[in-house]
Design a protein around this ligand. Structure first.
Ligand code: URA
Ligand code: CA
Length: 435
């Protein structure tokens, strides 16, 4: 087989067989096929697309390029959740305990934040003593005992995806639906998921800016799931503003605690119930989505969810007293109010920009090596649809240090897009794709 012939076939709109896709992915992972040929092939895919069979074959070739986590030591159906990347997305910290409280195992591998999006591992590390570097045996043991554990990614998962994603990033081939869908699904499958719930974000802060694009990505991923034997459901949710109010590590832990107490932001609460209910339903702990939703609502009301959070924190070495005393979480030494300069209604809150502001304050990293400040971030005081008067507080910056923050304050004001016409609060969930 010659790579040049496969590039040509894809360029001309023909399909590649499973053997041919395996040849490319194996050769690329091992270094016998160079970057420039794979870059040309990715560009051919960008223009010609792939059919469902090719996408499934590409996904499984990437899964098999490295280690596959074996979770068979955990009883029950292992359902994983994945978000395509939001700002202030605290769902895992809420969902994990809620879903576990109804008896469904949550064995979550998670990452650190990079750029304008946060990572669950960083958020959890704002809890004194919390370890995410646990062995595979400890991980499985904790899930069997408490039904929930979160570990940092370890081992050599989907090296082909890592290499290909890096190459796509510098060859303008990231935004190809077959490549995005296979990239995301390969990582979930390699992490041991039997079933997958996807939260596909749509809007300004998301990968996919339009509903049509988001729906196509969701359908492609759900189809991969069907084709490779992993039940998959995709929820298309709004990213025309950050989720909840808090953006920043310790601030989001506090928000997750509030939410598990039933006192959280409405959008975050509802999205967690919906995503969680799909997880419980896919795990076959409920006959219908509605039954699963009701189960989660009742563990939220009864306090079993917050109890589960304490168990989960303690099981991974963390100080669970922060749940009753969130003031023990890292606190910034200064709060700066950001005020509206005009009257009007909030039309959108540029999520990506708020994510960048949190990063500039120190909550996120520009490069993988940057240190972060767990205490800092942004807390929104108004959301889309709210009427505002000049002088109203739009957001509060939690900062450490005595620098001049006027530039960041200006940027924050500009992230709030105001209009003179009344605005309806946005739809939270646009669609659910089950097949
Ligand atoms: N996220 C991924 O993991 N892969 C992509 O290709 C795009 C977004
Ligand atoms: Ca939030």
């Amino acid at each position: 087989m010659r790579m040049v012939d496969l590039i040509q076939r894809k360029r001309d709109g023909l399909t590649l067989s499973k053997e041919e896709i395996n040849f490319i992915i194996n050769g690329y992972t091992q270094g016998s096929i160079p970057d420039y040929q794979v870059a040309a092939w990715a560009m051919a895919i960008y223009f010609q697309g792939m059919n469902a069979q090719e996408i499934a074959d590409l996904t499984m070739a990437m899964v098999q390029s490295g280690d596959v986590v074996d979770l068979t030591g955990i009883e029950g159906v292992k359902v994983d959740k994945h978000s395509t990347g939001g700002v202030g997305d605290t769902t895992t910290l809420v969902l994990g305990p809620l879903v576990a409280a109804v008896g469904v195992p949550v064995a979550k591998m998670s990452g650190r934040g990079l750029g304008h999006t946060g990572g669950t591992i960083d958020k959890l590390e704002s809890i004194e003593g919390f370890h995410t570097e646990i062995t595979k045996e400890q991980f499985i043991d904790i899930v069997n005992k408490y039904k929930v554990a979160v570990a940092g990614q370890s081992g050599n998962l989907t090296p082909a995806d890592k290499k290909l994603y890096g190459l796509r990033d510098v060859t303008a081939t990231v935004s190809s639906i077959p490549l995005i869908a296979s990239s995301i699904m390969s990582k979930k499958i390699a992490s041991g998921a039997d079933a997958i719930v996807l939260d596909v974000k749509t809007g300004d802060g998301a990968f996919m800016k339009t509903i049509e694009g988001s729906r196509e990505l969701a359908q492609t991923m759900v189809r991969i799931g069907q084709d490779v034997g992993r039940n998959t459901v995709a929820v298309i949710s709004d990213m025309s503003q950050p989720l909840g109010f808090a953006v920043g590590n310790a601030l989001e832990v506090k928000e997750a605690i509030d939410t598990l107490r039933g006192e959280g932001p409405e959008d975050l609460t509802e999205l967690c119930l919906v995503l969680g209910a799909h997880m419980v339903h896919l795990a076959k702990r409920a006959e219908t989505f509605e039954e699963a939703y009701n189960q989660l609502q009742s563990v939220l009301k009864s306090g079993e969810g917050i109890h589960k959070l304490k168990e989960f924190i303690a099981a991974q070495g963390g100080d669970s007293s922060i749940v009753d005393h969130p003031e023990k979480l890292p606190q910034a030494n200064r709060q700066i109010e950001v005020k509206a300069s005009l009257n009007g209604y909030i039309k959108s809150i540029q999520a990506e920009s708020i994510g960048h502001i949190a990063m500039m304050l120190g909550a996120g990293r520009k490069t993988k090596e940057d240190p972060i400040d767990l205490a800092v971030g942004v807390v929104l005081k108004k959301k889309v649809g709210a009427p505002v008067k000049a002088g109203d507080v739009l957001a509060v910056l939690h900062v450490n240090g005595s620098a001049d923050y006027s530039d960041i304050v200006n940027r924050t004001t500009q992230a709030f897009i105001l209009t003179q016409e009344p605005v309806e609060p946005p739809t939270l969930i646009y669609d659910v794709i089950v097949e």
